[in-house]
Design a binder for this molecule. Structure first.
Ligand code: ADP
Ligand code: MG
Length: 380
């Protein structure tokens, strides 16, 4: 394992400039033609109570606003119901992107949704709940956030890493691949290294505003899947956890894992990068009954999620100008999202009727992105 902490580049390669020769590391074409795939995942009900959502097929669901009007149907590229497995979610959303990354493209997966809707479960796996305690004031690093790596419920981050190593091992020792990871969080518009926690890190841009780097972010090269998994779990423990009225273990930060795969081919080096992002809870500030610092967190989160939605919508709508500058999240992801990147948005919703408002907000956010891609396809 080699760690470097310089100005770690968050800019991807131009993508797919050389072809994979001789070995079937990846298919020659991106496996999935759509630029943006929008999925909704409904988590299992955590209590026996009235529901506000019913999945009616693999692509649509019904939302009930509490009897004010007739249930409304929403359709997406995929809808995952409560008992759909992590494996199904991985195979449908992320596995095709892993093949693209091994072919030299950039790709990004976002887990969106209110606190408690299942984002971290999808990205990382089941996380033991932390009991609320009086010590939970200010920023605390939550202990015990360590999912079982061998569990069938392990999430997309670990599955993607395992898959990448699986492809590389199958290609044989001469395949000359280098896998490196960096893992950071954005909390209150401050960037922190989750693999080497310390003070906030600065974003740097070159004079043309094209190349974005995070000064001092560690980028760890490893050839062992076990090592990567343990780094990932260690990194997750370092996330800023903050109890709110909405959920005792809610995370108020965006966590961005970047997996870079460099492959040497007879024609040169090609590089692909996969960004896996566990976004901060999208709930509105009033839901969390917070004041002062919490309210400020909420404002930062809302602004960055809005900026992300605007970028994704502008890109999938074919806009000439996309504004990435409104948040650190979008500035960091600029080169991942632009160019030939594939993006998957997995919007998470809770089925209990008490979460009706947040569920609706999430369905609408996802629908906005989805309707743009649908419009594009039907006009081709
Ligand atoms: P978030 O990260 O969006 O705040 P979590 O991932 O922490 O939400 O999920 C909230 C709770 O629901 C956790 O106890 C988690 O284990 C459970 N949960 C979420 N999604 C699922 C799922 N698909 N299957 C089983 N349990 C789930
Ligand atoms: Mg979470």
């Amino acid at each position: 394992m080699a760690a470097s902490a310089g100005a770690s580049s968050w800019s991807g390669s131009s993508g797919g400039s050389t072809s994979s020769q001789g070995r079937q590391l990846a298919t020659a074409q991106p496996a999935q033609e759509e630029r943006l795939v929008v999925a909704v995942r409904v988590r299992p009900s955590l209590e026996a109570t009235e529901r506000c959502i019913e999945v009616i097929s693999g692509g649509s669901l019904l939302y009930d606003d509490g009897g004010k009007s007739r249930p409304r149907k929403y359709s997406y590229d995929h809808v995952f119901k409560e008992n759909d497995t992590q494996e199904q979610v991985y195979r449908t959303t992320t596995a095709p992107l892993v093949r693209d990354v091994l072919n030299g493209y950039n790709a990004a997966v976002f887990a969106y949704g209110a606190t408690g809707s299942g984002k971290t479960h999808t990205m990382l796996g089941p996380v033991p709940r932390k009991k609320p305690s009086t010590a939970d004031r200010g920023i605390a690093t939550a202990p015990g956030h360590e999912p079982d790596v061998n569990s069938q419920d392990i999430g997309l981050m670990v599955r993607a890493i395992e898959d990448i190593f699986g492809y590389i091992e199958a290609a044989g020792p001469e395949s000359a691949c280098k896998v490196s990871i960096s893992y950071l969080e954005i909390y209150n518009e401050l960037i922190r290294d989750l693999l080497n926690p310390g003070g906030p890190l600065e974003l740097r841009e070159d004079h043309r505003g094209q190349r974005i780097t995070v000064a001092g972010l560690s980028e760890i090269t490893t050839s062992s899947r076990k090592e990567v998994v343990s780094l990932l779990l260690k990194g997750n423990k370092a996330r800023t956890m903050e109890p709110t009225a909405a959920n005792q273990t809610s995370s108020r930060s965006h966590a961005l894992l970047s997996i870079t795969v460099q492959m040497r081919t007879p024609l040169g080096t090609k590089q692909g990068r996969l960004f896996l992002t566990d976004l901060a809870g999208s709930e509105r500030a009033k839901k969390t009954k917070n004041r002062g610092k919490r309210l400020q967190e909420g404002a930062h989160i809302n602004r960055s999620l809005l900026a992300l939605g605007n970028c994704i919508n502008a890109l999938s709508g074919g806009a000439r100008y996309v504004n990435y500058r409104d948040s650190k999240l979008t500035r960091l992801l600029k080169e991942a999202l632009s160019g030939r990147c594939k993006t998957v948005m997995i919007a998470h919703v809770a089925p209990e009727s008490k979460h009706r408002d947040e569920t609706k907000n999430t369905l609408v956010y996802a629908d906005r992105a989805n309707s743009i891609t649908t419009k594009l396809q039907s006009s081709v």
